[in-house]
Design a protein around this ligand. Structure first.
Ligand SMILES: *Cc1c(COP(=O)(O)O)cnc(C)c1O
Length: 376
């Protein structure tokens, strides 16, 4: 058995006994979830409008350090709406890292644009600004490059100053895929506030959950107003007449889900403390473990550590670790299939050299990261 397997299994079995599975990321309901959800049922406000939606938007905007938040039915819808209000559409290219969850590229495709897949920096796991600069300077391919969507992978911030600088130089918009990074900061500024638009997900496996849900965050009042309109069927406000002045989306977050979200947001500080503590515990536990290191972001990052990641020197050890830990009841997972290798986005235009992402993908494992696993 690998030393890393032995240490990780010992740690979890000592805490949890011999039975049961340790999930990769489980939700945690220790606040006022029952009370708020019951309130929705008692009052009948369960659907697409309600006071919890407004409150949830304000809570998330405050946590992201922006003036406005617009709730959506999931994180993919948040990304789609964000790209749409920026006018991204057919003929456009949107820079996406090849190392991301498929939703980033799917959202780009829904607008009629195409993802332009780029490599990542091993130091951040996010878009490599140096390689992107060369691509933007030399781009002779078809289509206009209209936006960059940096992804804060596993909650670790991308190098946003470098990416924003590039975007400014080349006249390109930036939308943060901050879906995994609620509570993370970059140089003291919150993820979700580092570009014109930020996006979040509150799926069951994310930092906190509404069952399913999402949010777009921004400081731009006009964009916030456009987003609200577009995600609520573009209905012209009136007490009873129905009129819609463009083809909008039904991307509204139900009040029932927002109620859960309000209760979860009240615990964000505790989740953050627990997740930062767990990251430290893992770093110590696996320190000096031969052949592997726990990923640690650069000093500019204060990561929420949504998912902790271990990098093995040897891909064969990574595969053995996956087998051994899963056999022992620990849910560990390799990272996503790289976008340029998927059936969904394999034909997308791409940077020739995606070697850093390929190297990381062969050596990385995510390990159990639920807030319940440690005391803060
Ligand atoms: C979860 C996630 C999304 C999409 O969120 P959903 O709520 O599942 O639609 C988008 N991008 C990344 C990187 C994610 O991890």
């Amino acid at each position: 058995m690998l030393e890393a397997t032995r240490r990780l299994v010992d740690f979890h079995r000592r805490r949890l006994g011999l039975d049961g599975v340790v999930p990769l990321h489980a939700p945690w309901f220790k606040g006022r979830e029952w009370e708020y959800v019951k309130d929705c049922l008692d009052t009948g406000w369960v659907s697409s409008v309600g006071a919890y939606v407004d409150r949830f938007e304000a809570l998330v905007a405050a946590a992201a350090g922006t003036r406005f938040g617009v709730a959506t039915v999931n994180g993919t819808a948040a990304l789609h709406a964000a790209l749409t209000v920026l006018g991204i559409g057919p003929g456009d290219l949107v820079v996406c890292p090849t190392l991301t969850f498929v939703a980033t590229c799917n959202a780009v495709t829904y607008t009629g644009a195409r993802p332009l897949l780029v490599d990542v920096d091993p130091a951040t796991l996010a878009i490599d600004p140096g390689k992107l600069r060369r691509l933007l300077a030399d781009w002779r391919g078809e289509g206009r490059i209209k936006a960059i969507v940096p992804v804060h992978v596993f909650g670790n911030p991308a190098d946003m100053d470098a990416l924003n600088q590039l975007a400014a130089e080349f006249g390109i918009a930036v939308v943060e895929d901050s879906t995994e990074a609620l509570g993370s900061s970059y140089k003291g500024r919150r993820c979700g506030s580092l570009a014109r638009l930020g996006t979040f997900s509150f799926n069951g496996n994310k930092v906190l959950t509404t069952g399913g849900g999402g949010m777009v965050t921004t400081d731009d009042e006009e964009l916030a107003r456009r987003l609200k309109h577009l995600t609520t069927t573009a209905r012209v406000p009136h007490a009873w007449w129905f009129d819609h002045d463009e083809v909008g989306f039904n991307y509204r977050l139900p009040n029932l889900n927002a109620a859960l979200g309000c209760a979860q947001m009240e615990q964000l500080d505790e989740f953050a403390a627990r997740k930062r503590r767990l990251a430290l515990v893992y770093r110590e536990l696996l320190a000096e473990c031969p052949g592997c290191t726990v990923f640690a972001p650069p000093a500019f990052a204060d990561s929420i550590h949504w998912l902790n990641a271990v990098l093995f020197d040897d891909p064969a050890d990574r595969d053995r670790f996956l087998e051994q830990t899963n056999a022992a009841g620990l849910q560990t997972r390799p990272c996503w299939r790289l976008m340029h290798q998927t059936g969904a986005h394999g034909a997308s235009p791409r940077m020739a050299d995606l070697s850093a992402a390929e190297d990381i993908c062969a050596r990385l494992v995510n390990i159990p990261s639920s807030p319940a696993l440690v005391e803060p």
